[in-house]
Design a protein around this ligand. Structure first.
Ligand SMILES: NC(=O)c1ccc[n+]([C@@H]2O[C@H](COP(=O)([O-])OP(=O)(O)OC[C@H]3O[C@@H](n4cnc5c(N)ncnc54)[C@H](OP(=O)(O)O)[C@@H]3O)[C@@H](O)[C@H]2O)c1
Length: 279
């Protein structure tokens, strides 16, 4: 079993440098995959109301041999539940589906700035943390303007901002903003969700040079830039392969070459948090 190193969040929690994405891990197979991930070393599990797998994640936590307190169970409030009371009710629903007495990391899934109720949702996350229902609080897909507003209106910044981040969309400015404000950046779709990224000639060349797989090289690129990737992998073979990224050292030149793969339209599905709304 691999011991994943941690980085400190602004609230003092020791946070694993790499986690498991659980989008599409559902049913009995999903539970098995998540239990297997904890057996090989994963401690950070990334779920959401909208993945419709909180029951599976909770079941896996109970079936795992890993101590509950070592696991960081993440879930996310969906856009349809933004609002103060709505978000507190949403947290209660997530706790019930998870079958746990605490959410370790609770995130706002999208800012939905046109609907514009994310500050109210954030106020509820602060309250849920004070009540001990959730340990760390954070956001996903927040742009600097949304984070500035949270700071201005509540005085509390998120511990984590989980954003789309992969070599085709390297997010240098968002990473710098988050780091400058003591916010840890998590990368979603860190492997490009099965697109051509792992066959990209630059990625393949670096992989051959360092003696690693393309997936490991891409994940090592995230680590080198200070982001925590949450790759989803159903099989224990790929889960173990992805943990191997922790042993891969890239040169600054390798990191630069992979960052240079970025494209202005590099978002996988064109989901721009300034305009996209998800409920
Ligand atoms: N906050 C948000 O708005 C947001 C949005 C999207 C995703 N997320 C989170 O981020 C997580 C990860 O993103 P994602 O699931 O979209 O995509 P991803 O992790 O980039 O890619 C997952 C795909 O890559 C495959 N894969 C995994 N390891 C591999 C390897 N070593 N070599 C080759 N292929 C490999 C997986 O296949 P198999 O599983 O079949 O092995 C799966 O098809 C999600 O699961 C979710 O938890 C958050």
């Amino acid at each position: 079993m691999v011991t994943i190193p941690t980085v400190p969040l602004r609230d003092g929690v020791a946070f694993p440098q790499l986690g498991l994405g659980t989008y599409n891990l559902r049913g009995a197979e999903g539970v098995d995959a998540i239990v297997s991930a904890t057996a090989v070393g994963y401690r950070l599990l990334d779920s959401a109301v909208n993945y419709e797998n909180e029951r599976e994640v909770g079941e896996a936590v109970r079936r795992s041999d890993v101590d509950r307190d070592e696991l960081i169970v993440t879930t996310k409030v969906p856009g349809r539940d933004h609002g103060y009371q709505e978000t507190l009710d949403s947290a209660a629903g997530s706790l019930e589906r998870l079958g746990l007495d605490r959410i370790d990391l609770y995130l706002i899934h999208w800012p939905n700035p046109i609907t514009d109720r994310y500050v109210e949702a954030w106020t509820a996350l602060i309250e849920a943390q004070q009540r001990g229902l959730v340990r760390s609080i954070g956001v996903c897909n927040f742009l600097p303007e949304h984070l500035d507003r949270l700071q201005r209106e509540t005085g509390v910044l998120p511990a984590v901002n989980q954003v789309e981040l992969h070599p085709y969309f390297p997010q240098a400015e968002q990473l710098a903003y988050d780091a400058g404000h003591g916010i840890l950046t998590e990368s979603w779709s860190p492997l490009g969700r099965g697109n051509d990224l792992l066959n990209n000639p630059t990625v393949v060349r670096v992989a051959e040079t360092v003696g690693a797989t393309p997936g490991q090289v891409v994940l090592a690129w995230h680590l080198a830039r200070g982001a925590v990737p949450v790759p989803k992998a159903a099989s224990d073979a790929r889960q173990i392969e992805n943990l191997g990224a922790l042993d891969v050292t890239l040169t600054p030149g390798d990191v630069e070459a992979i960052t240079a793969l970025g494209r202005p339209d590099g978002r996988l599905h064109g989901l721009d948090p300034a305009t996209y709304e998800e409920f």
